[in-house]
Design a protein around this ligand. Structure first.
Ligand SMILES: [Mg+2]
Length: 281
């Protein structure tokens, strides 16, 4: 509970008034612990394609390919192109029938079906954060660009589904960073520069909201963005690049976004938020 620190650090980013807000998803807009979620997700995915890929080696190769994407600095290809290239290169067709060139298309269709039919069943591992939807709408009502700045190591289908768990929709964002549309990953500062470039807003006028001091806060700050640490599931405490970063709850951030409108706080006497923008005008 320290809005005092936040009031000075935002509304203005280092480069002037804020024009865009970037929200992390897992642990920020959505209550989801990735460290617990990932093993369950990988096990289900491997089981789903067990007739095409040896499960144990498939998971190992998928992790290897994902790591290659996260470490990649060459922005000439999308994360998806690099992920699949690395994955296919690592899977021996003698052991994985789905990796045979003539069956790869079939494998991709099966992945798609997984995200449509099986992935939604993992919702039990997540909890909606009640302020998330109001927060996104409040930022939009301010006229700011709004970005879902989740690490683009998942395909759009998996990110759109988790957004639904958060009570949100892809259409509410100017940009959702996913495997298919990005060429960089967190925690590279390059990721934040690519986002700023894509939405046409200088980094100094962006505000990054996230729960991970190493992935979200330090690199966003390094490229000159304003930052806000969303409390509740803060990761990597003590990260050198995130010292004294403003922090607070989503509720406090929401209040700040509404209050800093230049007018008085129209929510002063409202215990709960309405579901649309109208009252913000
Ligand atoms: Mg996070």
């Amino acid at each position: 509970m320290r809005p005092a620190g936040t009031e000075t650090a935002i509304p203005s980013g280092p480069g002037g008034p804020v024009e865009a807000v970037l929200f992390d998803l897992d642990g920020t807009l959505l209550e989801l612990d990735m460290d617990r979620f990932l093993p369950v997700y990988l096990r289900r995915l491997a089981a789903w394609v067990a007739d095409l890929f040896d499960p144990e080696d498939f998971v190992r190769q998928l992790i290897r390919a994902t790591t290659a994407v996260m470490e990649n600095r060459d922005r000439s290809r999308t994360n998806a192109a690099l992920l699949y290239e690395t994955l296919w290169a690592g899977l021996d067709p003698a052991r994985h029938p789905g990796a045979r060139p003539d069956r790869r298309e079939q494998a991709l269709v099966r992945f798609e079906r997984f995200y449509r039919e099986e992935f939604p069943k993992l919702q039990f591992m997540a909890r909606r954060r009640p302020e998330a939807a109001a927060l996104v709408e409040a930022a939009r009502a301010r006229g700011w660009k709004v970005v879902l700045a989740t690490n683009p190591i998942f395909p759009m289908a998996a990110i759109a589904e988790r957004l639904r768990w958060a009570g949100l929709d892809v259409g509410q964002f100017d940009l959702v960073t996913v495997l298919e549309n990005m060429h960089s990953c967190k925690p590279q500062p390059d990721y934040y520069l690519e986002v700023a470039d894509r939405i046409g807003v200088e980094p100094g006028r962006c505000l990054m909201v996230g729960n991970d001091l190493r992935q979200d806060i330090a690199p966003a700050r390094a490229v000159g963005m304003a930052v806000y640490v969303a409390e509740g599931l803060v990761l990597h405490e003590g990260e050198p690049g995130a010292v004294d970063a403003p922090r607070g709850t989503l509720g406090q951030l929401l209040q700040w976004i509404v209050k800093s409108d230049g007018n008085r706080n129209t929510f002063a006497n409202r215990p709960t938020l309405p579901g649309n923008n109208a009252p913000l005008e």
